[in-house]
Design a protein around this ligand. Structure first.
Ligand code: IPE
Ligand code: IPE
Ligand code: MG
Length: 246
């Protein structure tokens, strides 16, 4: 990985001064990619991991502050055990193999979601990656694992109510936001979903209130750096008003 200069970003068609601070991605379409290529779903997930590497690298190199990737939802437990095993093995492999490079590039890794539900080997690999990179000051890389926005919101509500009972004071919006997994991150500016589905599937429902949504037909294993740059360029053409006037 190497940091991109303002000039290099310009050459790619991006305005280096108006990059999204926080990009969130629903990485969808691995299974359909596999079917299209006459392969097993596991092959699609593996191809998805290769793309992940490229997208993380570009995020880090371009100086994006935070990247949140939806890797496993609270609803994905509905999948067959055989597919869950493939996903867990890939997670362990990814966090073990990539950690050196990510750490060298100053990436801070954090899992968001209820990790307790995962087998120990997954929790260990993710936990090691988190503790080893916790003081890094580069890209804030969040991997949503057993994440669901409804669960996150209810969890935050329970925490603020416990505090309210103790203090006798009603919680503010800020108190509530402090209990979300994303409490120390800027709000997502750009939310990308691949594979043509136009839904959020329980991802960042609270945080995405003013995110620019970008839906693209391309399947996740085909989401190259070029596609990512196109998404950011489109984001830069949007007119964000946040309810105000231009
Ligand atoms: C996204 O790809 C990866 C995960 C949800 C873990 P899918 O596995 O959902 O792929 P499709 O939607 O079946 O093509
Ligand atoms: C969303 O994709 C979850 C992840 C990408 C991890 P799904 O494939 O699970 O979503 P649905 O079922 O199409 O809504
Ligand atoms: Mg899917």
């Amino acid at each position: 990985m190497a940091k991109l200069t303002a000039q290099q970003l310009h050459e790619l068609g991006l305005n280096p001064k108006a990059l999204p601070r926080h990009v969130a991605i629903i990485m969808d379409g691995n299974g359909r990619w596999a079917r299209k290529n006459g392969a097993l779903r596991s092959f699609g997930h593996r191809a998805g991991v290769d793309r992940l590497r490229e997208i993380i690298r570009f995020s880090s190199d371009s100086g994006i502050e935070a990247l949140t990737l939806y890797a496993f939802s609270t609803e994905n437990w509905k999948r067959p055990d055989s597919e869950l095993a493939v996903l867990f093995n890939l997670l362990v492999e990814y966090f073990t193999k990539e950690i050196d490079e990510l750490d060298e590039n100053n990436v801070r890794i954090r899992a968001i979601g209820e990790m307790a539900a995962f087998p120990e080997r997954v929790r260990t690999a993710v936990g090691n990656a988190e503790s080893r990179t916790q003081h890094n000051g580069g890209l804030k890389l969040n991997i949503a694992l057993n994440y669901g926005a409804r669960m996150e919101i209810v969890r935050a509500a329970r925490r603020v109510s416990a505090n309210a009972i103790e203090s006798g004071k009603l919680p503010t919006q800020q108190d509530f936001e402090n209990e979300l997994y994303t409490h120390d991150l800027p709000e997502p500016d750009l939310l990308i979903r691949t594979s043509g589905e136009m839904r959020l599937s329980n991802f960042l429902l609270y945080q995405a209130a003013y995110a620019e949504l970008y839906f693209i037909e391309v399947l996740w294993p085909d989401f190259t750096q070029t596609e990512y740059v196109k998404a950011i360029a489109e984001y830069q053409r949007r007119n964000r008003r946040f309810g105000g006037l231009e």
